[in-house]
Design a protein. Structure first.
Length: 332
């Protein structure tokens, strides 16, 4: 037997249930209660397809909404709210300058924000915008698997990511970003010469990858931004770059309505207005899974699901959110 072949890809680290008395659950409970008690505003600069659903979901989750599109308006609103949400789903020519200007303003203000890199990898304008965010990174990235893989590739955090979990690759990515939360300042962007950022681009706005294949990309992104990353799918994955959490639940109807992902990004913003990035990503994802499951049991199709889902977002209690099924494993 050839010794060189004994270094095979390590198995994904063992996952265990997050215990009921975990401090992580206590923080989710506290965040959910604070949202309900304080109705925090999270502003959105979001796509024109699902803007109404994002606002309604934020309201049903316990927060409030304000949609804004011009940089001066967005930055003025950022001064009266604790978190914002940027979603690049539908672009207009002025967004090419406006989005980077808004992100620079958020950095100047120290304003936390959530990025949904919808359709990452499609079109020069979207690529220019998403690439520019590397210098003014978000606090949380929320997207589907293909979007997360493509953004991490675009930012030069290691590639290819679309393979089974590779602990060695993850460790090497960690080393290259080992300078803490400011990793983005010290790491070169992907050179267009050797990395194909279109390899994992979504099919329009739909993922072509499963959640697990975005694990290394999510961990690398979380380390780079010094925040949290939420990858959505049948079982969601949330990471702060140190620990990987997986959250089952939701409903297949969520793939048959437009805006499940966009509105989740908005509700992560709602939670980010009152909590740290990891708690915000976990809390909003847990709420979506609990509410999605409940709504799925009552719905008769995508139309009634939307109505049931908004009602379920409203009815799900902080205790139910904090008790959602979550497994935990080391990011390695
Ligand atoms: N097959 C599925 N079963 C249950 N829930 C799902 C499924 N696919 C997506 N979801 C849920 O739908 C929401 C949006 O996720 P997703 O569809 O991946 O986002 P996007 O719309 O951005 O592609 C998340 O809360 C996720 O957990
Ligand atoms: C259909 C569509 N086209 C551009 S943005 C958008 C909405 C995508 O919503 P989601 O990612 O939540 O499914
Ligand atoms: Mg989406």
């Amino acid at each position: 037997m050839n010794d060189q072949n004994t270094t095979t890809t390590p198995a994904t680290p063992a996952a265990t249930q997050l215990p009921p008395d975990s401090p992580v659950r206590a923080r989710i409970l506290e965040a959910a209660r604070t949202v309900r008690n304080t109705t925090p505003l999270a502003q959105s600069v979001t796509n024109f397809v699902t803007v109404n659903f994002v606002a309604n979901a934020q309201l049903a989750a316990g927060g409030t909404a304000a949609m804004s599109y011009l940089p001066d308006d967005v930055l003025a609103t950022a001064e009266i709210c604790n978190a914002s949400y940027i979603n690049v789903g539908t672009l207009q020519p002025y967004f090419r300058e406006a989005f980077p200007e808004i992100a620079r303003g958020f950095k100047r203000l120290g304003h936390p924000w959530v990025l949904d890199p919808v359709a990452a990898g499609i079109g020069d304008t979207r690529t220019a915008i998403l690439t520019a965010f590397r210098d003014t990174p978000p606090t949380v990235v929320r997207g589907n698997a293909s979007e997360i893989i493509t953004l991490a590739t675009m930012w030069g955090l290691g590639a290819p990511f679309d393979k089974a979990y590779d602990g060695a690759a993850a460790a090497s990515n960690a080393d290259s970003n080992a300078d803490g939360t400011d990793g983005h300042a010290a790491h070169g962007a992907a050179e267009a010469t050797d990395v194909d950022i279109t390899a994992n681009r979504p099919q329009g706005v739909e993922s072509v990858d499963d959640v697990d294949s975005a694990r290394d990309a999510a961990v690398a992104l979380a380390r780079f931004i010094g925040g949290a990353v939420a990858v959505s799918g049948a079982v969601d994955l949330v990471t702060d770059g140190t620990t990987v959490y997986r959250l089952p639940g939701g409903s297949e109807y969520m793939t048959k309505i437009t805006g499940a992902g966009c509105s989740l990004g908005g509700v992560v913003g709602t939670y980010l207005a009152v909590a740290d990035p990891l708690t915000a990503a976990l809390g909003a994802s847990a709420l979506y899974n609990q509410a999605g499951s409940a709504a799925g049991r009552k719905a008769h199709g995508p139309g009634s699901f939307q109505v049931e889902f908004l009602d379920a977002l409203w009815a799900t209690t902080p205790e139910q959110i904090a008790a959602a099924p979550i497994t935990v494993e080391s990011a390695r």
